[in-house]
Design a binder for this molecule. Sequence first.
Ligand code: PLP
Length: 374
Amino acid sequence: MIRARKAVERLQKYHPPLEGRAGLLRLDFNENTVGCPPAVVRAFRRAITPDWCARYPEYEEGKAILARYFGVSTEEMLFTNGVDDAIKLICDTFVEPGDVLAIPSPTFPIYQFFHELAGGKTRLIHYDENLRFPVKKFLAAIGRRARWVALANPNNPTGTLIPKSDLKLILESLPNTLVLVDEAYYDFSGLTILSWIRKYPNLMVSRTFSKAFGLAGLRTGFLFTNTRIAEMMKRAHAAFAVNAAALACSLEAIRHEEHVRRYGRMVVRNRERFCKKLESMGIPYAPTAANFVLTRVGPRAHEIAMRLRKQGILVRDWSYDPHLKGYLRMTIGTQSQMRRLTEELERLRHLMETRDGSSAWRDLMTYSPTGWFA
Ligand SMILES: Cc1ncc(COP(=O)(O)O)c(C=O)c1O
């Protein structure tokens, strides 16, 4: 009988609930809720000819433009099929069976997924009850054993930000451990350590065009690191990992940066308004620097998510995670989208376990990360 590798047989299936979302208000996957700049679609239509479709993509010129946009050299950048591909590439390049990945929990599940697919073991370090990044606990728990560390900053699903001082401490305390700082939500947090790739030989930083840029369907990601690490990773990368459409649209998207920045500023404004609304409704939430908010609505979270879905609004139910029972994550969109969500939440309030702000969550509500776009 033909069998998969043991690491594959051991894997838990990851099934993001991604079907049947067209036409609904998509506040479940932290995407851009209005779409990419229209000029990107026009550029795509212009590019798509039979000859263009027939040819394998040519990257060199485009990569040089993208690297300049990020302020790095092409030798310091990997152009990937979304950040997911960058994460897989880290595992393909560096992870031997039995190697340890250390991650805070909860976090983006794909780090663990690809690491365990490569035969690695995962060390989870749980956030404290206030969802602050437990830097000392993190360092003490992993010692020097971890092959790599993945830190989404801001973190998904909590939205919380790790301060630069903690990142510095981690990078300096673990000189022989690779540290991925995943800045997928940078366009909403404004906090970056991208320039540190020249200072710390163990640092990798990732970015995506799936969020503020509105190109999730095209799959465009970037990994930045020093030339030595990048060179090793390029050896392991598929020659044509990114398709020609993703490249053409990415090049057009960066020509409309102001559109993306405007979107980022709008999200930040609506995030503040929405958080105030949650406070007035007594719904606890985690302090967020991303384009989503993790809320705690109580034991009927699943039912609330289903009822919202019936009204055409998708939010992400995190109850499958034993540490996040009762939590829903909601993406921030436009003012009218948030109004729609808020009205439905008001209607469903009787199903929620609301608070008067006297618990530890009050602390959460007042903690404000630094480095946001104003
Ligand atoms: C922290 C984080 N990193 C990476 C990704 C995926 O990025 P991409 O669409 O570029 O694969 C996500 C998507 O939700 C995310 O939350």
